[in-house]
Design a protein around this ligand. Structure first.
Ligand code: PLP
Length: 446
C-alpha cells in the first residue's frame, strides 16, 4: 500500500499558462461581484477547479503551489482520497440526523480520538460543533456554567472568530470589528501577549502585567482565560519561553478555566500534535476546528470531564453540531495524523523553509523577523525602527501569486507573510514555493 503521503501529492507546479487571474477566473469574478456581498474579501481572485495534494489548479489551467491550505484547514491537502472516500460513503448512507435527535457512531469515535490526543493527563469529554467561533463561544458558556463567573480574559493581538462574542475577543480592529460594535466590553478584558518584538516586556514582566489586569478587575470575575498557543491572525506570534506555562499557572491559582485555542495551530501544524505541547502546557479546555474536518465544517471543545459535565442536559448543541459527513472527514484526517510519516514530513517542511528564510533577517534590513513552528512559519516586514511595512508585504505576496505561489498575509499591522502549506506537501515543492517568495523579496527590496 502506498502511504497516505505519496498518494495525495504531486510535484508539477507552479505552471502558469495565462495572466493571473486568467480570463475564465476574471469572468467568474465579474459575476461574483453582481451576486455576492462586497463584505467578503479575497486574497487571490482565481476560481479553483480541482486540487492535487499541495497544488491548486484553477479554471484556466494554472497550477499554484498552495502555501495557505485554505487558512490552515486542508492540512491533508484539499483532495485527500481518504477524505473523499469516507465523505462519499457517508453521504450515501445518510447526511444528517441531528445528534440531539438520533445518534451515530462516528461522533463518538471523533470524541474518543480527541480525548486521547489532547494534552492533559486527566479524564476528558468532548463536545462537537461546526465552526471555530462556535467552539470558542461554547467554551465560554461551559466555563461560565462551571465557575458561575461572567468575564473572559484574552490577549493583545488575539483572534478568536467573527461571531458577536468572538469578534469582541478578537483584537484587530480592521477589518474584523469596524462598524460592528458595540461590543460586550464588560465581558471581555484584554491583557498583554508579551509580544517578543514589540511589547518590550520579558516573560516575567508580561506575566506580572497579566496578573495586574486580573487583580484590577477581580479574579472572581473571570470564568475563562482564552489563549492561542501561537497567535494566528495576530501574526504567528510565538509566546516567549514559559509565558504560556505562566498563564496556565495564573489561571489555576485564580480559579479561572484555562482555554487553549488550538484552532489554527493544532492538529500537527507546528510539528507536534498540539502546539501547546511545545510549551508543556495543557488547557483545562482545548479547542480544535480548521484542520479537523479537512474543510468540512466541524469543531470541538475537549477538556476536563468535571468542567465539560458541569452543563445541564440540553444546555449544549446545535443543529449541525458534529455532522456525520464532517465526522467521517475528521476520522480520515486522524488516519493521516496518526501516520508518523506526517509529523516527520512537517519537520522536513520546517527545515526547507527555515533554511531559506532565516538568513534574510541578517541580510535584508526590512526583514524584521522569521518565526513560527513546523509548517506554521512567517516573515515580518518592518523598517529598522519597527515601523510596519504592509505596503511592501502586499506587493511581495502579489508577486508570489503572479508566479503561481499562494501566500497569505497576516498580522496586527498586515506586515507578515504566513506560510501554511499542507502537512503532506513534499518539502521539495514547498522549497520551490519559498524560493519564489525569496526571489520576490529580493527583487522588491533591492
Ligand atoms: C480561525 C480561527 C477561529 C475561528 O474559526 P472559524 O471556523 O472561522 O469560526 C478561532 N480561533 C482561531 C485561533 C482561529 O485561527
Amino acid at each position: 500500500m502506498t502511504s497516505a503521503l505519496t498518494e495525495a501529492t504531486h510535484l508539477d507546479a507552479p505552471v502558469i499558462v495565462t495572466e493571473i487571474p486568467g480570463p475564465r477566473s476574471a469572468a467568474l469574478h465579474a459575476e461574483r461581484t453582481r451576486a455576492i456581498t462586497d463584505g467578503f474579501g479575497v486574497a487571490l481572485p482565481v476560481f479553483i477547479d480541482h486540487a492535487d495534494g499541495a497544488v491548486l489548479v484553477d479554471v484556466d489551467g494554472n497550477r499554484f503551489i498552495d502555501l495557505a491550505s485554505g487558512i490552515a484547514v486542508t492540512s491533508v491537502g484539499a483532495a485527500h482520497p481518504r477524505v473523499a472516500e469516507r465523505v462519499a460513503a457517508q453521504a450515501a448512507r445518510f447526511t444528517h440526523t441531528c445528534f440531539m435527535v438520533t445518534e451515530y457512531e462516528s461522533f463518538i469515535r471523533v470524541a474518543e480520538w480527541l480525548n486521547a490526543r489532547v494534552p492533559g493527563d486527566w479524564d476528558k469529554r468532548t463536545a462537537l460543533f461546526s465552526t471555530g467561533a462556535e467552539a470558542v463561544e461554547n467554551a465560554v458558556k461551559i466555563a461560565r456554567k462551571h465557575t458561575g463567573r461572567p468575564r473572559v480574559l484574552v490577549l493583545d493581538e488575539a483572534y478568536h472568530g467573527r461571531s458577536l462574542l468572538t469578534m469582541a475577543m478578537t483584537a484587530k480592529e480592521h477589518p474584523y470589528r469596524t462598524g460592528f460594535g458595540p461590543f460586550p466590553e464588560d465581558v471581555v478584558v484584554r491583557a498583554t501577549n508579551g509580544n517578543r518584538l514589540r511589547s518590550g516586556l520579558d516573560t516575567d514582566e508580561a506575566l506580572a502585567e497579566v496578573e495586574r489586569v486580573i487583580t484590577e478587575h477581580g479574579p472572581e470575575m473571570f470564568a475563562a482565560m482564552v489563549v492561542e498557543p501561537i497567535q494566528g491572525e495576530g501574526g504567528f506570534n510565538v509566546p516567549q519561553p514559559s509565558f504560556l506555562a505562566g498563564l496556565a499557572e495564573l489561571a489555576r491559582r485564580h480559579g479561572i478555566v484555562f482555554v487553549v485555542d488550538e484552532i489554527q495551530a493544532g492538529l500537527g501544524r507546528t510539528g507536534r500534535m498540539f502546539a501547546s505541547e511545545h510549551d508543556g502546557v495543557a488547557g483545562d479546555l482545548t479547542l480544535t476546528a480548521k484542520a479537523l474536518g479537512a474543510g468540512l465544517p466541524i469543531s470541538a471543545v475537549t477538556g476536563r470531564a468535571d468542567i465539560m459535565n458541569s452543563v445541564h442536559v440540553g444546555g449544549l448543541g446545535g443543529t449541525y453540531a458534529g455532522n456525520p459527513i464532517a465526522c467521517e472527514a475528521a476520522l480520515a484526517v486522524f488516519e493521516v495524523l496518526d501516520d508518523p510519516a506526517t509529523l516527520a514530513n512537517v519537520a522536513r517542511i520546517e527545515s526547507a523553509v527555515r533554511d531559506r528564510l532565516d538568513p534574510l533577517v541578517a541580510e535584508i534590513a526590512v526583514v524584521a523577523d522569521v518565526r513560527g513552528r513546523g509548517a506554521m512559519l512567517a516573515i515580518e516586514f518592518a523598517d529598522t525602527d519597527l515601523t510596519p511595512r504592509p505596503d511592501l508585504t502586499a506587493e511581495i505576496s502579489r508577486a508570489c501569486h503572479q508566479a503561481g505561489v499562494l501566500t497569505l498575509t497576516t498580522g496586527t499591522h498586515g506586515n507578515v507573510i504566513r506560510l501554511l502549506p499542507p502537512l503532506i506537501a513534499e518539502p521539495e515543492l514547498v522549497a520551490r514555493g519559498v524560493d519564489i517568495l525569496v526571489a520576490a523579496i529580493r527583487e522588491l527590496t533591492a
